[in-house]
Write a protein that binds this ligand. Structure first.
Ligand SMILES: [Zn+2]
Ligand SMILES: [Zn+2]
Length: 217
């Protein structure tokens, strides 16, 4: 009789169900491998940052400083933003209102060329509001940009370092995924920005910092 060992931080619903039904044996890892310590987690309030103009584009002053520190120590960093492409969402700067699709309740995406806010799932769209429907503020700003925009910003903020992007657009070409991982592993790349792909079980010795950007989907 053969035995199989399945291991995952994010098991499929089917596997998890089988384990719960005692069809599979179940072993839970309660300690991190090699007694690794959990990372220190710091938060930044982007509303305050923007109000006081401390932010560096889409990055908080804290994240910017930590990125500088890591890079100057010859370490690497990963930036996670769960939105690909360029397209920003919009948000009221005063009350944080975000327009949602009435059909799908996901955030609507701003399309500059038609001055409209659009649902990427069902195609619903409406004109870009001039005032906030919740608090009547006129300070409605575009924010929460995609990985492509972040890559561009990182290149401007850290021109001496190399940035690579890992998302659906850059990995659908042949060997795209492998090449990006290889470059990061061998230190050819200093900064890796990407969607949830960068969060799935990657392990790099020289990564000392992970930035997670606001997610309002
Ligand atoms: Zn929709
Ligand atoms: Zn508002």
């Amino acid at each position: 009789m053969r035995k199989f060992l399945l291991g995952s931080a994010t098991p499929s619903v089917e596997s998890y169900y089988h384990a719960q039904q005692d069809k599979y044996g179940y072993t839970k890892l309660t300690d991190r491998f090699g007694e690794a310590v959990l990372p220190e987690i710091l938060f930044a309030d982007m509303r305050q940052e923007r109000k006081r103009k401390l932010n560096k584009g889409e990055f908080s002053s804290l994240l910017y400083q930590e990125l500088q520190k890591s890079l100057s120590n010859n370490e690497q960093a990963i930036i996670f933003q769960n939105r690909r492409g360029y397209s920003p969402i919009i948000q009221c700067e005063d009350c944080s209102w975000v327009p949602k699709c009435m059909n799908c309740s996901v955030s609507l995406t701003y399309h500059q060329y038609r001055n409209a806010i659009v649902c990427h799932y069902c195609g619903y769209h409406e004109a870009m509001p001039k005032t906030c429907p919740d608090c009547t503020s006129k300070r409605i700003k575009t924010m929460g940009v995609g990985t492509q925009k972040l890559e561009e910003e990182l290149n401007l903020l850290f021109p001496d370092f190399s940035v690579q992007r890992m998302d659906w657009d850059t990995t659908r070409v042949k060997s795209g995924y492998e090449n990006i991982i290889d470059d990061f592993e061998t230190g050819k790349t200093d900064l890796l920005v990407g969607t949830q792909m960068v969060t799935k079980g990657l392990d790099f010795d020289r990564v000392s910092l992970v930035g997670i950007l606001m997610r309002t989907a």
